[in-house]
Write a protein that binds this ligand. Structure first.
Ligand code: 13P
Length: 243
């Protein structure tokens, strides 16, 4: 299977005209699954801009509820309706900045699957947890608690994003990535009963043009979730070529 490259634009790309230009400027190696994740108001614009190409669109969050009186929330089926295929769930910026727990993440991922979206379930340890030697345990717990029962039927997509690597320019060694991805694959297989080949684990955290090829060559890395470098078109395109 080709690598999956997700550009997580976070709350960085706008106004509308820029969003449209950027979505159209992504150049595409065909064996690669390219996913762009703009802010919620721009999802339909990006869907329209990439129509007819093999670029897919991801939301950055969805509600844990199917519908109802939840002011400010956006349901997974609304996202599906405007051409979204993926949704990032449980990013550390949501877990830390918005108090989301693995319980919330599991409920959101369940809604995503029911609506026909592919959730990208994010997990990863903090710097303190790593220095205290707790990274494996923390990630095991997040994987066990964040994957919904609904994910046990088809395929599952997880993203390992060590919190200390996000936006810091620091990345784990290739050996650490290999070890953690192997761990996540085995815990997710245990949680879901799925064969490991049905589980994909992306790496995220300070992926750049100059380290992308090396990271993607690590066994168990199905692709990358890119933040800052997805905001530089030339650099993002060169990550796509590396894939
Ligand atoms: P950076 O690539 O900026 O480190 O961000 C990673 C990330 O959070 C992607 O979701």
């Amino acid at each position: 299977m080709g690598k999956i490259i997700v550009g997580n634009w976070k709350m960085n790309v706008g106004p509308l005209a820029q969003v449209r230009d950027w979505a159209r400027a992504i150049s595409l190696p065909s064996a690669v699954e390219v996913v762009l994740s703009p802010s919620t108001p721009f999802l339909s614009t990006v869907s329209a801009a990439v129509e007819g190409t093999n670029v897919k669109v991801s939301a950055q969050d969805c509600s844990s509820q199917p519908e109802g009186a939840f002011t400010g929330d956006v349901s997974a089926s609304m996202l599906k309706d405007v051409g979204v295929s993926y949704v990032i769930i449980g990013h550390s910026e949501r877990r830390q900045g918005h108090g989301e727990t693995s319980d919330d993440v599991r409920k959101k991922a369940a809604q995503a699957i029911k609506a026909g979206l592919i959730p990208i379930i994010c997990i990863g340890e903090s710097e303190q947890e790593r220095t205290q030697g707790k990274a494996m345990d923390v990630v095991r717990k997040q994987v066990m608690e964040s994957i919904p029962d609904e994910a046990t039927k088809g395929k599952i997509l997880l993203a390992y994003e060590p919190v200390w690597a996000i936006g810091s320019g620091k990345t784990p060694s290739a050996d650490d990535i290999r070890q953690m991805h192997g761990h996540i694959l085995s815990v997710a297989a245990q949680r879901t009963g799925l064969a490991p080949e049905r589980i994909s684990v992306l790496y995220g955290g300070s992926v750049k043009a100059d380290n992308a090829a090396g990271i993607m060559a690590v066994p168990g890395v199905a692709g990358v979730l890119v933040g800052g470098a997805s905001l530089k078109l030339e650099e993002f395109n060169s990550i796509l070529r590396a894939a």
